[in-house]
Write a protein of this length. Structure first.
Ligand SMILES: Cc1ncc(C[n+]2csc(CCOP(=O)(O)OP(=O)(O)O)c2C)c(N)n1
Ligand SMILES: [Mg+2]
Length: 812
């Protein structure tokens, strides 16, 4: 293809994809768009900081230099290369560029870009949930958006291998990464995982400006990156020079100039870029003295021309970019290392302190005039381009990427129905129960069973997912024989591998689990196909992937997370494997409802609800319904390996409601009762046994099974807000505790941090003794550890009695 003429569709297969009335834009037009995008993205930040009223005087911020660095790359992508099915993670600090492009394409409002970083305006960093202009992947915590794209590609393969998603062409999963993002370890974890799964159809485009927030990287990193990526099966394309510099190679002396840049220290090159043509000229006069042919080239150029030549890097050359994108493979993942200049085209280009730098009012005035933009035309889409406005608009309408409008897909809900329940009798742990329930589901030929996809970071067996995988198989793009089975060697795990498998086997990196769940849980919106993702891991190692979990929830991905085993109940395994803080994580993490059931029948109710809850459609309409729960989200189940005697009972509708709302009475308190023991999960037997002792003195006492401190608390908070707005509503926990005497005592106990339930006294002003684990665990038996951490029967009794001693005199 000759990209100086027309920009062709990048792939023949795609050319046939039914994109109506679109046509490639000519490079001259792309060049104008590049200028316009640079102007608008710079102006969006300038307006937020210097033009919009700002009562607080607080700096609004924004990253003009980071944005300028990636303008050419994003212009090439969005206006020429991308197709609607492609999905992009834009580096966080280029948010203004993304919003400017969507504004030009008619997908973003003027009002939103004028209120960039203001309440209700375009977000500081691209956000799927808070922005309205079709963000594919939220970014902000550097590294996560990049790695997400490789998991997105694996999930797309999964969907298509199962024969779904055929109504939508296969898209490329693309990350626009800042070069410092590659310092994040999660990138390398993702590279290894991608290699294991035969990753393809993924592009990582690195904005290689050699600057981060604080620093300029001291030595060339490209050779290191190249080996890492190639080693992991990636194709690497380095786009170092633009057309102008490349052309020098054929001129006498030109190679000397190229060689000079090749060997120039990054910091010096940055400083000279900032100084401009005059700076380069002085330096070259010294360094290329004795190379008359090279100096003849330099001497023939004006300062402006020399600066333009010396900074003509690959990432700022449309033709170079278009050619590289056009030639790139789909069958292998591709890493483009695009040399760029941070702040390219702006006065602080190359300056080492430019990361958060803002152009001054005077600089913006000069920049506006250089762009031929008149006063009042700052937000015009075509001003200053010397083009017919109507034709320009028509060209924008024909941009292939925009052919299908907003690309947020939807999928029908999967009917959940009654879950087939395992036979539960005798003693069983919630973890065992979980494995059995999934095994039962796996046996059935239901839509639910078909759409469940499980994944685990190397703890599939030890989190009881094995039987599910035996029935449903491991997902691999190609069929792989189980050698052990073939040779009739005994193994409990008979895991066939192939394209119809329903379990993603992951390596140990928990971060990858959450990135994977993040994409599996967005499959309905990204690929138009609903999946029901379930991920299992050891509960303490949630902390290992916490930022990726937060990222998944921030994107409103929908999945079920099973943290098991949990707490000091894991006894002999010791402190490194015993979670303490996870109940608080479950409460504090937005977008995920956490549960800690004690019995398998409770777990079954929660799972049945969870399958439906994760499919709820987010409310988009404005208006508040204070008590109404958040429209869906993910679900976290904190399970245990401690076998508990299972109650033989049929749960009533009221009990089931309580289990989901967060708690129900195992023994209801009498009216005016003066003691309640509230316990979660594996500690129910201790609570029940303490209660049996205490009943002699407190026959009215109640025993509460807290299935979800998170939902109890959230319901209470929502009710308080509603009550403050005049709604006569009562939360579940308010209702539960209503019969208690005003001076009743509550003892709470949880195998986790005691703050999980200590708030409960605030509901009606009751006194609380909160028991739980505050300090690192250790090896021991359950009895040893419960005694040591004061969560055993005696500790509960003591807490109840201590409260009794301190009981305040009855109010008159
Ligand atoms: C996990 C995380 N750590 C720190 C930051 C703060 N931070 C934002 S941008 C940045 C440097 C980014 O440099 P680079 O990726 O090279 O982007 P550039 O602005 O040069 O394009 C840092 C440290 C962040 N956003 N996320
Ligand atoms: Mg950088």
């Amino acid at each position: 293809m000759n990209s100086s003429q027309n920009v062709n569709l990048p792939h023949a297969a795609q050319a046939e994809s039914e994109i109506p009335q679109t046509q490639p834009l000519r490079v001259e037009l792309l060049r104008d768009l590049e200028r316009k995008v640079l102007w608008l993205s710079t102006q969006i930040i300038h307006h937020a900081n210097h033009e919009r009223p700002n009562d607080s005087g607080l700096k609004v911020g924004g990253h003009q230099a980071s944005s300028a660095s990636v303008v050419t790359i994003m212009t090439a992508l969005y206006f020429a290369v991308l197709r609607p099915e492609d999905r992009v993670a834009v580096k966080p600090h280029a948010s203004p560029v993304f919003h400017a492009i969507q504004y030009l394409l008619g997908n973003q409002s003027l009002e939103k870009i004028k209120s960039f970083r203001a309440y209700g305006g375009a977000q500081a960093y691209p956000s799927r949930t808070k922005d309205s202009d079709d963000v594919d992947f939220s970014t902000g915590s550097v590294g996560l958006g990049v790695a997400t794209t490789s998991f997105a590609s694996l999930v797309q393969d999964y969907v298509r291998a199962h024969g779904w998603g055929q109504q939508w062409p296969e898209g490329r999963m693309i990350a626009l990464a800042g070069d410092a993002e590659l310092d994040e370890g999660n990138i390398y974890e993702a590279l290894i995982e991608g290699w294991k799964h035969g990753l393809r159809n993924t592009w990582w485009i690195i904005d290689y400006n050699r600057q981060s927030l604080d620093a300029i990287i001291p030595a060339p990193l490209t050779s290191k990156l190249r080996t890492v990526f190639e080693n992991m099966g990636w194709e690497v394309r380095t786009l170092k020079y633009g057309r102008k510099l490349e052309a020098l190679r054929n001129r006498p002396g030109g190679a000397d100039i190229i060689e000079w840049i090749d060997t120039c220290d990054n910091a010096l090159y940055s400083a000279l870029t900032f100084q401009g043509g005059e700076g380069f000229r002085r330096q070259l006069a010294v360094d290329l003295a004795g190379r008359p042919a090279a100096m003849a080239i330099v001497d023939a150029l004006s300062d402006a021309e020399l600066a333009a030549l010396m900074t003509d890097l690959g990432g700022h050359c449309l033709e170079t970019l278009l050619d590289a994108f056009d030639a790139a493979s789909r069958e292998r993942p591709v890493c483009f290392i695009c040399y760029t200049i941070k702040g390219y085209g702006l006065p602080f280009a190359g300056h080492k302190d430019n990361h958060a730098g803002l152009m001054t009012v005077e600089q913006m005035r000069a920049f506006k005039s250089a762009n031929n933009i008149l006063e009042g035309e700052e937000w015009s889409r075509s001003a200053g381009l010397n083009r017919d406005a109507r034709e320009f608009e028509l060209s924008l309408e024909r941009v292939p990427f925009n052919a299908k409008g907003r690309r947020r897909l939807a999928a029908e809900k999967i009917e959940v129905g009654e879950l087939p329940l395992p036979r539960v009798k005798g003693s069983m742990s919630t973890q065992q129960g979980f494995g059995l329930i999934l095994q039962e589901i796996a046996r059935g030929q239901t839509r639910l069973a078909e759409r469940i996809v499980t994944t685990s970071p190397d703890v599939t067996v030890s989190t009881n997912l094995g039987p599910w995988v035996n029935r449903r198989g491991v997902f691999e793009l190609r069929e792989i024989e189980d050698v052990f089975q073939e040779r009739r060697l005994m193994s409990v795990q008979r895991w066939g591998k192939g394209p119809k498998g329903q379990h993603f086997e992951l390596g140990i990196a928990e971060n990858n689990l959450f990135l994977m769940l993040g994409v599996l849980g967005l499959s309905h919106e990204l690929f138009g196909e609903r999946l029901i993702p379930i991920g299992t891991l050891y509960d303490p190692f949630i902390a290992r992937g916490l930022d990726a979990l937060n990222h998944a929830c921030y994107q409103d991905a929908r999945f079920i997370l099973v943290g098991t085993p949990s707490g000091v109940t894991l006894a002999p395994e010791g402190g490194a494997h015993q979670s303490i803080a996870t109940p608080l994580i479950g409460m504090a993490q937005d977008g995920i409802a956490s549960f800690e059931p004690a019995f398998v029948d409770e777990l079954a109710v929660i799972l049945g609800w969870a399958f439906e809850y994760i499919q709820r459609v987010p409310k988009t309409a404005a208006g508040h319904d204070w008590l109404h729960e958040r429209e869906g989200g993910s679900v976290y189940l904190r399970l245990s390996t401690r076998p508990l005697d299972q109650p033989v009972r049929g749960l009533s509708a009221e009990q089931k409601h309580g289990i989901i709302a967060g708690g129900y009475w195992l023994r209801p308190p009498q009216e005016g009762a003066d003691l309640v023991i509230a316990a979660s999960g594996a500690l129910l037997p201790e609570a029940a046994s303490a209660m049996a002792h205490l009943l002699i003195r407190c026959p009215d006492a109640g025993l509460l099974s807290v299935t979800s401190a998170d939902r109890l608390n959230a319901g209470w908070k929502a009710a308080q807000t509603a009550q403050q707005h005049g709604d006569a509503v009562e939360s579940h926990v308010e209702r539960l505790l209503a019969p208690l005497a005003h001076d009743a005592r509550i003892v709470t106990v949880v195998d986790g941090h005691p703050a999980t339930l200590s708030w409960i006294g605030g509901v009606h002003g009751h006194r609380v003794q909160a028991l739980g684990v505050e300090h690192f665990g250790q090896s021991g038996s359950i009895d040893d550890l419960y005694r040591h951490y004061r969560i055993d029967t005696d500790a509960i009794i003591e807490a109840a009695c201590a409260q009794r001693a301190r009981r305040s005199p009855p109010r008159p």
